[in-house]
Design a protein around this ligand. Structure first.
Ligand code: ZN
Length: 92
């Protein structure tokens, strides 16, 4: 008999538990990989170096490289939108 996995019998329950264990183990392995990954740390360091060397006036807040980058990009987005509006008004 082929079990649909949802029939609730002992065998299907066993199969589901086995699959969940595999998924959990994969997730644990993924977490371990991320924790061991020094690349992420070095990327953040590179971003921090870039901000300090090439973004005038930054970092201006006591925050990490990622938050500084997000804040700067947000400002660029806002300024770009304002510039578009101003340009549009002038061209009328
Ligand atoms: Zn079953």
């Amino acid at each position: 008999m082929i079990h649909p996995k949802t029939c609730g019998c002992e065998q299907c329950l066993g199969d589901v538990i086995e699959e969940l264990r595999e998924e959990r183990d994969e997730a644990r392995a993924e977490v371990k990989r991320l924790q061991d990954d020094e690349t992420l740390g070095s990327q953040i360091d590179r971003l921090a170096d870039f901000i300090m060397r090439e973004v005038p006036g930054e970092p201006s807040e006591n925050e990490g490289a990622i938050d500084t980058a997000i804040r700067v990009m947000r400002r660029v987005k806002t300024l770009t939108m304002a510039l578009d509006v101003a340009t549009d008004i002038r061209s009328r």
